[in-house]
Design a protein around this ligand. Sequence first.
Ligand SMILES: Nc1ncnc2c1ncn2[C@@H]1O[C@H](COP(=O)(O)OP(=O)(O)OP(=O)(O)O)[C@@H](O)[C@H]1O
Ligand SMILES: [Mg+2]
Length: 265
Amino acid sequence: MEQKIISINSVSFSYSSSLDDALVLKEINLEVSPGEFVCFLGQSGCGKSTLLRLIAGLEKPTAGEILLNSTPIKGASLERGVVFQDYGLFPWFTAGENIRLALEQKFKDWPKNKYKEKALEALQQVGLSEKIYKKLPKELSGGMKQRCAIAQAFAIEPSILLMDEPFGALDAVTRARLQDMLLDLWTRQDPKKTIFFVTHDVDEAILLATRIIVLGQSPAQIIFDCPVPEISRENQFEDLEILKLRNELIRQINKDVAAHSLNDA
Ligand SMILES: Nc1ncnc2c1ncn2[C@@H]1O[C@H](COP(=O)(O)OP(=O)(O)OP(=O)(O)O)[C@@H](O)[C@H]1O
Ligand SMILES: [Mg+2]
């Protein structure tokens, strides 16, 4: 049987460290193979970021376990790169220094001059020029900061990339550009990274993912899990199979919203 890179086994989670009524996630089971691009969809507040934080090792399951290559995850690690919506760059370091710092932590035995060289290369890969190396994050636009964060995450060559609504704060044009850039970076690498990507946007999920998982709320459970055929931006709204999938995803999300608003009434 193919080796799974991540196995989530009966994971429940509560921020109050007890298994009573404050459960955020309930008995999540999920197996992911190397190279999958998994998008999580679900209502705001359902627990998507929490699940990502658990995979990152920033939180521990209250019950169950998460295995990385068959070994339980214990704490955060540079094997899992993280990109959050607020970019995650240190404001007092320049864009280039941020990337260099991450490289120094990950690749401790490189010769000294290699760090800057690789940081510049990483910036170039996301379409940023050498000038950007010396700019502080506050001197950059949102799209540039997000490019830097992605450059940094890819530069440390993690086997898993965790992305929490990384394009949520961007305008539509910049967002489309960065989606293409991310797909390009992901496709070019061999072997491909395993990506977990949270979004509210059904079309973004369909464009990027090889697999989409819808989380229901209160507490979060997997209510839908499906593969996504490879598509291009051009045929995204023409392909009948894709349109059917889009409708089904929207139906699943709305069904969950309706079920919970009835409970709340
Ligand atoms: N640090 C925390 N302490 C206590 N409760 C928390 C904490 N972080 C999140 N929660 C609660 O856990 C639940 C899930 O939050 P989470 O941030 O995972 O949702 P989300 O699906 O990522 O939402 P959004 O789409 O709005 O980002 C929410 O009810 C939230 O209030
Ligand atoms: Mg969130």
